[in-house]
Write a protein that binds this ligand. Structure first.
Ligand code: HEC
Ligand code: HEC
Ligand code: HEC
Ligand code: HEC
Ligand code: HEC
Ligand code: HEC
Ligand code: HEC
Ligand code: HEC
Length: 425
């Protein structure tokens, strides 16, 4: 148990500035636990308590104090089934849940707050209780006994996995200031005692902010049609603190050991630092990428495609991307066209064919990888598992070739003459 003797005797200036500027420390919208009297809004005591009772009676919830003198157990990895987190599983959920008894806080998902969506979850706990989510117990394992332990010596066995990504004493309301949304809510695990993303922005990469309304305003503010990459925190730098090529064994209950992600190196992924193909570099893309095509290499933000907490799609994939909602829920990596077509041209966008059909980019465009007239169609279109038929040909499942770090070496299964592989993601 981590005790915090003398916690509230710390000299005020040590905490004053940064904490008072944080969302929790704010005296106008910060923490205020119901049932706590005598403590101003924003006071540490709304989260920490030195004894189970304050002034003779115990404010809700009962029990405690817990490690770090918190009013409830910081994180309970043993009790919940994945994807069905209860309030009592995580200290933060006492407030960050719909209808929370202590102090309900409303938050929407990234697609809604910055991407123009509507109709999604209304609090953080609800975000985690969806089809896919950042599994908090896996993060706890990664941070305490996995590669994260060396990255973040400050993290203890009593820590909260939310705090691998947030510092509750510093986090600000990023969503609130729509003109310059850079009051950061996040801290890198490797740099926990500072905020990340107020001066570190996507402007340091060749980043094109996607639409929040297709053809209109841009992310993240959603109110200006002018692309300004300096308004988006550097989420690549943030996510790759954990998802990189050095952390080789990130455990995942749902997916097994995660793939390494090589985002920013020149030889890395095409959605990252790797250049796209063709001379001049060609892309069968939709706006804004189609018109903002000046150089050979866009670098995307991880949050252009992913949610940070949870999603109704698999693998945290966003429900709205580049200015409109996906036309289908993605339940399998073998049917991820609903995501790709938000930015790339499917046959409908390219040649007036069917939505989510992909003949044009693979067979007919000027830099198609498998141009026609090809040999026997069945050499490739011979998939026997499942029968999704589109365009008269059995679909070749996308997930065989398109995933982080992939190339088209799978083609060797059907075409043993293939000697050089293309990067396909
Ligand atoms: C006692 C209630 C309470 C607890 C417990 C609590 N929060 Fe908060 N949190 C708030 C309030 C209130 C705000 C400000 C809400 C607003 O923006 O109006 C806030 C804001 C935040 C923000 C800034 C973004 C935003 O919505 O304003 C982050 C990030 C955050 N909390 C993370 C956490 C994490 C992580 C934990 C657990 C370690 C936690 N909170 C525990 C009440 C709480
Ligand atoms: C929103 C709830 C919340 C508020 C408000 C809050 N804390 Fe914390 N504090 C936490 C949590 C959660 C932890 C455990 C950190 C972890 O999970 O590793 C913590 C940990 C700490 C620690 C241990 C070192 C560290 O930073 O991890 C100290 C010291 C501390 N708090 C002091 C304070 C003081 C002083 C205040 C008021 C100025 C304050 N806290 C306000 C939630 C809060
Ligand atoms: C893997 C990293 C990660 C973990 C784990 C994580 N978050 Fe976040 N969180 C983020 C990112 C990235 C954002 C998006 C930044 C933003 O909204 O400005 C975010 C945003 C938030 C926000 C602000 C949402 C808004 O309205 O803009 C709150 C509140 C929050 N997180 C609370 C939590 C709580 C509570 C937990 C644990 C139950 C948690 N987070 C776990 C990365 C994480
Ligand atoms: C503190 C380290 C850490 C950070 C930072 C982090 N992740 Fe993760 N991530 C993990 C761990 C551990 C897992 C395995 C648990 C799981 O699969 O949910 C994971 C899993 C995932 C998954 C697979 C989820 C699933 O099971 O379907 C995706 C997608 C993902 N992360 C994206 C991101 C993005 C995007 C960011 C940046 C916003 C990010 N991660 C930041 C540690 C991290
Ligand atoms: C948010 C927009 C966005 C989404 C969603 C998206 N892409 Fe891309 N994609 C791009 C951009 C922009 C580039 C160009 C990158 C560059 O310039 O290096 C690109 C490049 C590519 C390339 C390299 C093309 C070439 O000519 O070398 C492939 C392959 C690719 N994407 C496949 C996919 C697949 C498969 C999906 C769906 C799973 C997908 N993309 C989803 C925006 C997106
Ligand atoms: C070298 C491998 C290869 C050969 C040979 C090949 N295809 Fe394809 N084809 C693909 C790939 C990869 C895709 C993209 C995945 C998909 O859409 O099924 C594709 C997509 C298609 C699609 C769109 C399917 C959809 O619903 O998205 C049609 C139609 C198609 N091919 C027709 C043909 C025809 C007709 C032939 C023979 C004249 C042929 N292909 C030969 C690899 C091949
Ligand atoms: C057999 C491997 C294979 C399969 C299966 C496959 N693709 Fe591709 N795909 C490729 C290759 C190779 C490229 C070209 C990469 C390049 O330009 O270097 C490509 C390119 C793309 C692009 C980017 C086109 C551009 O330049 O703008 C998209 C989008 C795409 N595929 C979507 C899909 C979808 C959706 C599916 C499933 C229906 C699918 N692919 C199935 C191999 C495949
Ligand atoms: C163009 C959209 C796009 C972008 C940008 C993107 N991803 Fe993904 N990501 C996907 C798709 C599609 C999948 C599912 C296919 C797969 O397994 O890779 C995925 C899967 C993942 C997974 C689970 C992979 C596994 O091991 O099974 C992780 C972790 C992840 N992404 C992290 C990230 C991080 C970190 C970034 C930024 C550095 C990022 N993604 C950027 C589309 C994207």
């Amino acid at each position: 148990m981590v005790a915090l003797a003398g916690l509230f005797l710390l000299p005020a200036p040590l905490w004053a500035g940064d904490y008072l500027n944080s969302a929790h420390g704010s005296n106008s919208y910060g923490v205020k636990r119901s049932g706590m009297t005598g403590y101003a809004r924003g006071n540490c005591a709304h989260c920490h308590e030195m004894h189970a009772s304050i002034a003779g009676s115990e404010p809700l919830p009962p029990g405690g104090p817990s490690p770090y003198t918190l009013f409830a157990t910081n994180f309970n990895s043993g009790t919940s089934l994945p994807g069905s987190y209860d309030v009592a599983d995580n200290f933060c959920f006492y407030c960050h849940s719909v209808g929370a008894s202590v102090q309900p806080v409303t938050n929407e998902d990234y697609s809604e707050t910055f991407g123009g969506a509507s109709g999604g979850v209304q609090a953080i706990r609800e975000a985690f209780n969806q089809t896919s989510y950042h599994d908090l117990a896996d993060i706890q394992t990664f941070m305490t006994t996995g590669d994260g332990a060396a990255m973040a010596p400050w993290y203890s066995a009593d820590s909260n996995p939310c705090n691998a990504c947030h510092n509750p004493h510093l986090a600000k309301r990023n969503y609130e200031d729509f003109l310059t949304p850079l009051s950061s809510a996040i801290s890198k695990p490797r740099d926990h005692f500072a905020l990340w993303g107020e001066s570190e922005t996507m402007a340091s990469d060749s980043y094109e902010p996607p639409y929040s309304t297709y053809g209109g305003n841009r992310e993240p503010d959603g109110i200006s049609p002018v692309a300004d990459s300096a308004k988006t925190p550097d989420y690549v730098g943030f996510c790759t603190d954990c998802h990189n090529v050095s952390n080789t064994s990130i455990p995942s209950t749902t997916l097994g050991t995660l793939r390494e992600i090589d985002w920013l190196s020149i030889g890395g992924e095409k959605h990252g630092g790797g250049a796209r193909d063709g001379t001049p570099p060609n892309l069968d893309a939709r706006a804004p990428y189609a018109t903002a095509i000046a150089n050979g290499n866009f670098v995307l933000s991880c949050l252009d495609c992913h949610e940070p907490h949870g999603s109704p799609n698999i693998m945290l994939l966003r429900r709205r991307v580049n200015g409109s909602a996906l036309n289908a829920t993605i339940t399998s990596i073998n049917a991820m066209g609903a995501l790709c077509r938000q930015c790339h041209k499917d046959d409908a966008a390219a040649v007036g064919g069917s939505a989510d059909q992909w003949r044009y980019v693979h067979h007919d465009s000027s830099d198609a990888p498998y141009p026609g007239p090809p040999v026997s169609c069945s050499r490739c279109h011979n998939i026997t598992y499942g029968t999704p038929i589109q365009g008269g040909k059995p679909r070749i499942y996308c997930g065989l070739c398109h995933f982080h770090g992939s190339d088209d070496s799978w083609m060797n299964v059907v075409d043993s003459g293939l000697t050089t592989y293309r990067k396909t993601f």
